[in-house]
Design a protein around this ligand. Structure first.
Ligand code: FEO
Length: 403
């Protein structure tokens, strides 16, 4: 990959990570992820955000800097918008190669530089409204706490209107040699849209109120280019990604999309049979749904559809008097990621005794779901149960449509 020119003074650098490693140690990235950094060149040189030494990313970053005719030692300022190690993991090594660099972050960010990397010297804390004159170009800083860590800030270059937004407005998915929005076809944008939703639901969703606040705060700046630290750089249609993020943030309190995320597991097919009857009821009402089988499918993908959907179906058998264990994990993730206030129903088969009810109700209490009466049945569902399940699907579908 090569550095991509944003203008005569700003360059986008990135490394694609294409690995079976999990992002944050939790989330699969089957289509990879990009780690983006930016080089801003005035009389002085600033590098915005670093990388983790992950799948050769640090080497790639160094190579791209060198190809611009710049040695690491010539970088005057390293601006760390966010201290999560995917953007800072290479910091100690970088600092050894450039001991004179001044590291800029928020006050909380500076504390994290000290605690994560044991670096104590040449640290500069900045706050909202502060700016850095590089000679011929300047950067302004805006604190955006909890998007998604407390120390987060964004950097802004006023002349070109470039917002260096770090994790915000980012996405999973590797970039290859194209980094700008106008270099992608519609179907590729559809892929990045899906991956931006999954990224948002996995990483940012719990902080949606802070996302809304940050967008409000940044609006007066006159953003013309959105340059995040993961995914596409938006120079032609920056509003697309800003509005998309606002929409995602809005899913937190609603309204969500009028669709249903169906999460199901079945040990021997009896819960699956009952679920098929319920889905006919959703089809009767023409309410779209997505299907997610657990534990086969990773929670990352379940979460993306659950986050955007107004309705959720939980279909699982009783397992040793309690919930089907993979579903307990999904519900735990739902609570952590604030999948609150959805219209839901639980269905499932049991062998000799239903038993999931008590555990399920305890597990979902914090979610404040609007729950329809559950349906449980012994063994295989008979015709009468299937009719009741189909009717339950209709009932849920009607509730979703009614908003
Ligand atoms: Fe991409 Fe929160 O780090």
């Amino acid at each position: 990959m090569k550095a991509a020119r944003i203008n005569e003074r700003i360059w986008a650098l990135h490394a694609d990570v294409d690995s079976n490693d999990l992002f944050e140690g939790i989330w699969p990235i089957p289509e990879g992820v990009s780690l983006n950094s930016y080089l801003v060149k005035g009389d002085k040189i600033a590098l915005i955000d670093l990388a983790r030494d992950w799948c050769g990313a640090a080497r790639e970053l160094k190579t791209q800097i060198n190809e611009l005719g710049i040695e690491l030692g010539q970088i005057d300022y390293l601006i760390l918008n966010h201290l999560e190690p995917d953007h800072t993991g290479w910091l100690r090594d970088f600092k050894e190669q450039n001991p004179e660099v001044t590291i800029i972050a928020t006050q909380k960010g500076v504390e994290l530089v000290k605690s994560f990397y044991k670096i104590e010297d040449r640290l500069m804390a900045v706050k909202s409204g502060d700016s850095l004159d590089l000679g011929g170009i300047s950067l302004r800083f805006e604190e955006t706490p909890n998007v998604h860590w407390p120390e987060t800030m964004m950097s802004f270059e006023p002349e070109s209107g470039t917002l260096f937004s770090c994790d915000a407005f980012g996405s999973f998915g590797k970039l290859g040699n194209r980094v700008f929005d106008d270099e992608y076809y519609a179907e590729e944008h559809a892929f990045f849209q899906e991956e931006s939703l999954r990224y948002y639901a996995n990483i940012v969703a719990s902080f949606s109120h802070f996302v809304k606040k940050a967008v409000e705060k940044l609006a007066p700046l006159g953003i013309k280019i959105v340059a995040p630290s993961h995914g596409i750089i938006w120079r032609e249609r920056p509003k697309v990604i800003i509005e998309r993020y606002l929409k995602y943030a809005g899913y937190m309190d609603g309204p969500q999309e009028k669709e249903v995320c169906v999460v199901w597991g079945s040990m021997y097919g009896n819960t699956k049979l009952g679920l098929e009857a319920l889905l006919k009821g959703l089809e009767d009402e023409r309410v779209p749904f997505t299907l997610h089988k657990v534990p086969d499918e990773d929670a990352s993908f379940v979460l993306a559809d659950a986050y955007k959907s107004a309705g959720i179906v939980i279909a699982m058998p009783t397992y040793e008097y309690k919930m089907f264990p993979p579903m307990a994990y999904i519900l735990d993730i739902f609570e952590r990621k604030h999948i609150f206030g959805r219209k839901t129903v639980r269905i499932g088969s049991y062998g000799w005794s239903g038993g999931a009810k008590k555990e399920y109700e305890a597990k979902t209490a914090a979610l404040k779901w609007n729950q329809l009466e559950p349906i449980e049945w012994a063994g295989a569902p008979d015709d009468e149960t299937c009719m009741a399940l189909r009717e339950k699907g209709r009932e849920l579908g009607k509730a979703i449509k009614a908003g």
